[in-house]
Design a binder for this molecule. Structure first.
Ligand SMILES: *[C@@H]1O[C@H](CO)[C@@H](O)[C@H](O)[C@H]1NC(C)=O
Ligand SMILES: *[C@@H]1O[C@H](CO)[C@@H](O)[C@H](O)[C@H]1NC(C)=O
Ligand SMILES: *[C@@H]1O[C@H](CO)[C@@H](O)[C@H](O)[C@H]1NC(C)=O
Ligand SMILES: *[C@@H]1O[C@H](CO)[C@@H](O)[C@H](O)[C@H]1NC(C)=O
Length: 964
């Protein structure tokens, strides 16, 4: 057995930790005497009354507390006299009514009006006519609201310089609405639903400098009229449906600094005239259909160039990589051929050339001088020759990925000099020779994958020095000898893949923290399965298949509480197969002398059930006795089986697991019912009994706790307690949990109470009887999920996530959002679990940054591979994958292919989109099918390759609500 369908690979992320002491805080500014004109004083008081009565939000303006409006939060007056108001900012006050807006226009001195981040849906006509007369008004900011309908027709506004309508739901096409804005310098209409051609009437005097139209549905070509706007410094048209090619006149926009055309349907080539623009430093045209060769010279002035995910062909021009200013270059996922040019820019920080058809050798001479190179990716090409030792001179290199080429020769020992290296991927090449001991001196290496080469020799004993290593994959080589004894002290190691080698000898004690997998399959191991494996209390997958292990299957394997897959096939094991918990997938095939004691026919449904208390069983017998005779026999058979298990397991658990000792237990919820139900003593008994186990996520284990009152709760144990909590930091953890207890959203699992023991934390939650979304989609709970329930779940999760992202002062980010971390209260009510993770994880392990595993395979956005930071856009990608699961009914990864990638590659053509949907759902009606197609569009935006192209959660939510 060489690989696992469900095997999880993982990604190491580093992030700075900062937790917050208070979520909502601001203090008033000290009092100042007012010199405001009586007119404006009266207007401001009217405005504050209007806001506090009808606008639906809460604005902290109170003339009784603070008589001078110039001192109100968000108000600014002219200096030094304070005689008139020049700026009003009502950002983020949950305002939903626009009635106050015309009042604002009474303030003739107003220069800036910012109402961003509210819930406004309309702009009253009175506002346009009145504010249009304010000659001093320079900036209008309506971004992040829920405005609908077409863009208003701007009449007047002769002084307006900046207009921001980003992230609303405006629609329709744009004609002459903005033509009268003669001073307009900055226009932002990103993340709306505007359609039709790209607007060209953007202020008669054509003084526009910044044009941001990304993520709308503009179509047609890049209009020739834009060349008339000679002051343009920024053009962002990404995430639309533009077609045609990039016009050569673009080179005439001589002040252009940033040009972003990503994620459109542009084709043809990249115009050479790009190089005429001396001020242009960033150019992105990734994710289009460009299908010609790359012209030379275009990086002459650029710092950042992204042309990834196109169909560019031919070879890379020899000067492309060498221009002095170039810092990042991404040409990955094209059809480029030929060699990698020899000369590289000394400024280069990131070079991505993966997934092309490049051949020849890795240029060595040039690379040596690259002090700044931090990310180098050339995977999935046809590169040959050996790995140049000069790479060892790139002292800043953090990521080196040369996997899946035809590289041969030995691993250069000099790579051991890369003191900043965190990720090294050289798998799927023809590398030979031994593993240099210098590799074991890489202090920061956390992922090492040199699998599927022809490496030989033994594993150097000094691997034990690799204290940062989290994933080590040496699978599929010709390694021989035994596993070094020192491996036990690799304290960070969570995944160890040693399968398909020629290893033999004694199996030493394994690192205690192994979580993801221990794979020793297809080697020459023999003898008894070693007792020391019993200490791997957190392991999920253990593969010992295809060796010569003999003797009995030890009983301790049945007690590894977190094990989900155990492969023992093709060994020489004998004796009886012990009884494993129902959630462990056990493969014992190919062991001739094994006896399966449980081969007696058992109804599979009953076999799955967890143990219940003796009292319940007696009740069941009584109840069954009242039912028909035939039923009784079946129940009786199954009960005797269960009884047997009950006794069997009780003996084990009482020996093995002591009830944890409570150091501190606190109720967080204010709800009286929960407060009287929750019983800490009972909960601790529950978690010490594996039969109450319900599910395990990447970071936690859930138990079902029936309290003495009869009410059910989830008690969640945070796994890896030794990593997560710094001993002695209980106060801090408690403080953070108190903060979480106060958050309240019906789609987020909020802790109701917590218990801290010496080495773990247990959190109490409402019980979610329908299990995980993942199981529900597979029908494991026995319910069918129709479109109504899938849609409700999509909206509910979006609501929860936009709540978390909207938390002030800092958004709450999810470390692991997947269909396995979404629990269902009912088939329409999802709960996001694990929201507290990023906050309760311990920052103090080494130098203020923390390494851990972020996310599950299939949900990890592509950019995490090199940014190594958890972001809001990353969460949105994971959410997009959840949407795709709801739409397709397929899991996030199947047969090694990520769902998001599969859908992206099959959705380019509109007519193919139908086939992506789960047909059993989409066929129910045309209305359902249309809604599903609308949600698919949203999902596609969420899983955009470029993080910038992904919408924010708030806009995702409004779009989802509109999809109905
Ligand atoms: C004007 O108001 C601001 C804000 O309240 C205050 O800091 C400043 O001192 C005031 N200036 C005068 C001259 O009152
Ligand atoms: C408008 O407000 C948003 C959110 O507060 C802010 O990010 C944006 O920069 C503002 N736009 C302008 C043009 O000032
Ligand atoms: C033993 O046999 C039962 C019934 O055929 C089967 O369900 C179970 O998977 C077998 N156990 C193992 C470990 O192969
Ligand atoms: C993009 O172009 C392809 C052909 O190149 C076409 O099939 C597809 O429909 C276009 N997509 C959009 C959104 O216009």
């Amino acid at each position: 057995m060489s690989s696992y369908g469900r095997q999880t690979t993982s990604l190491v992320l580093y992030f700075n930790f900062h937790f917050f002491l208070s979520l909502f805080c601001y203090l008033p500014v000290p009092v100042v005497l007012s010199a405001l004109s009586s007119n404006q004083q009266a207007t401001m008081i009217d405005l504050s009354n209007s806001l506090n009565t009808s606008a639906g939000g809460a604005v902290p303006w109170d003339v009784n507390k603070e008589p001078n409006p110039c001192s109100w939060k968000g108000v600014e007056c002219n200096s030094p006299t304070n005689s008139s108001v020049i700026r009003i900012s009502l950002s983020e006050h949950s305002l939903s009514s626009s009635d106050f807006l015309p009042l604002v226009c009474r303030i003739e001195s107003l220069q800036v009006l910012d109402v961003s981040g509210n819930r406004l849906t309309t702009i009253p006509p009175g506002f346009i006519s009145a504010c249009g007369k304010l000659g001093k008004l320079k900036l209008l900011n309506f971004s992040l609201n829920n405005l609908v309908g077409p863009l208003p027709d701007f009449v007047g506004f002769l002084g307006l310089e900046a207009l921001d309508f980003a992230r609303n739901n405006l629609s329709g096409s744009i004609g002459s609405e903005l033509d009268g804005l003669v001073k307009l310098r900055s226009l932002n209409l990103t993340f709306n639903h505007f359609a039709g051609h790209v607007p060209t009437r953007l202020g008669k005097f054509k003084v526009l400098e910044e044009l941001e139209l990304s993520v709308n549905t503009f179509d047609g070509p890049i209009p020739a009229e834009l060349v008339g706007y000679k002051n343009l410094t920024l053009i962002d048209l990404s995430g639309n449906r533009l077609t045609g090619s990039i016009p050569a006149w673009i080179g005439e926009l001589s002040k252009l600094e940033v040009l972003i055309l990503s994620a459109n349907n542009l084709s043809g080539g990249i115009p050479q005239s790009i190089s005429d623009i001396t001020s242009l430093w960033r150019f992105a045209a990734n994710s289009n259909d460009f299908n010609e060769t790359i012209p030379g010279g275009i990086t002459k002035h650029l710092k950042n160039l992204d042309l990834s995910y196109n169909k560019l062909n031919g070879s890379i021009p020899s000067d492309l990589l060498s221009e002095r200013n170039l810092q990042t270059l991404d040409l990955s996922n094209n059809r480029l051929e030929g060699p990698v040019p020899e000369a590289l820019s000394p400024s280069l920080v990131r070079l991505r050339l993966g997934s092309n058809s490049l051949d020849g050798k890795i240029p060595s001479a040039a690379i040596a001088t690259h002090g700044n190179l931090t990310y180098l990716e050339m995977e999935n090409n046809n590169l040959t020759g050996s790995i140049p030792p000069e790479l060892g001179d790139c002292r800043k290199l953090a990521l080196l990925n040369l996997a899946q080429n035809q590289l041969s020769g030995a691993l250069p020992a000099k790579l051991g000099d890369l003191s900043s290296l965190e990720v090294l991927k050289l798998q799927l090449n023809n590398l030979s020779g031994g593993i240099p001991i210098q590799f074991t001196r890489l202090p920061k290496l956390s992922i090492l994958n040199i699998s599927r080469n022809s490496l030989n020799g033994s594993i150097p004993p000094s691997v034990s020095n690799m204290q940062s290593l989290i994933n080590m994959n040496l699978q599929g080589n010709k390694l021989s000898g035994s596993i070094p004894v020192g491996i036990a002290s690799m304290n960070s190691l969570m995944e160890l893949q040693l399968g398909e080698n020629q290893l033999s000898g004694d199996i030493p004690r394994m690192p205690m923290n192994l979580q993801i997998a221990l794979n020793l399959s297809s080697n020459h191991f023999q003898g008894l399965i070693p007792e020391t494996l019993s200490s791997l209390g957190g392991l999920e997958i253990l593969d010992l298949s295809n060796n010569k292990f003999s003797g009995e299957i030890p009983d301790f394997l049945t007690k590894l509480g977190t094990l989900t897959q155990l492969s023992l096939s093709n060994n020489e094991l004998s004796g009886e197969i012990p009884k494993f918990p129902s959630w462990v997938m056990v493969d014992t095939s190919g062991n001739k002398a094994l006896i399966n004691r449980t081969t007696i026919n058992t109804p599979p449904q009953l076999e799955k059930k967890k143990k219940s208390y003796a009292a319940t069983i007696v009740l069941a017998v009584v109840a069954a006795a009242v039912v028909a005779f035939g039923a009784i026999t079946i129940v009786a058979v199954s009960i005797s089986r269960q009884n047997y298990r009950v006794n069997d397991e009780q003996v084990q658990t009482e020996e093995e697991l002591a009830v944890p000792e409570v150091l501190q237990g606190n109720l967080l919820t204010a709800n009286g019912i929960h407060r009287s139900n929750i019983d800490f003593t009972r909960a601790m008994e529950v978690v010490s009994d594996q039969s109450n186990f319900v599910l395990k996520t990447r970071f936690s284990t859930y138990y079902k706790a029936i309290m003495p009152s009869g009410a059910s709760y989830f008690v969640k144990k945070l796994n890896w307690s030794d990593k997560i909590f710094q001993l002695g930091s209980h106060d801090r953890v408690a403080r953070d949990l108190e903060v979480f207890g106060k958050l309240s959203n019906s789609n987020v699992m909020n802790p109701l109470a917590y218990v801290l023991t010496s080495d773990s934390a247990y959190l109490f939650y409402e019980f979610a009887p329908k299990g995980t979304l993942f199981d529900a989609l597979r029908g494991i709970s026995g319910d069918d999920m129709d479109w109504g329930s899938r849609y409700s779940i999509a909206v509910g999760v979006a609501q929860g996530l936009s709540f978390l992202h909207g938390c002030t002062p800092s958004p709450i980010l999810l470390l692991d959002l997947s269909s396995k971390s979404i629990l269902l209260k009912s088939l329409k009510e999802p709960l996001i679990a694990e929201a507290e993770l990023l906050k309760v994880i311990d920052p103090s392990k080494s130098t203020g940054s923390l390494s851990t595993i972020a996310g599950s395979v299939g949900y990890i956005p592509p950019e995490y591979a090199y940014t190594m930071v958890v972001t809001m856009a990353g969460n949105i990608y994971s959410f997009g994958v959840v949407l795709l699961e709801l739409l397709t009914g397929k899991p996030a990864v199947s047969e090694g292919i990520e769902l998001a990638k599969w859908v992206l590659s099959n959705s380019a053509q509109q007519d193919k989109r139908d086939h992506i949907l789960d047909y059993s759902i989409s066929r129910t009606s045309t209305a359902v099918r249309n809604q599903m197609l609308a949600v698919l569009k949203i999902a596609l935006a969420c899983v955009s390759v470029s993080p910038e192209a992904r919408p924010r959660m708030k806009s995702v939510l409004t779009r989802l609500l509109n999809a109905r």
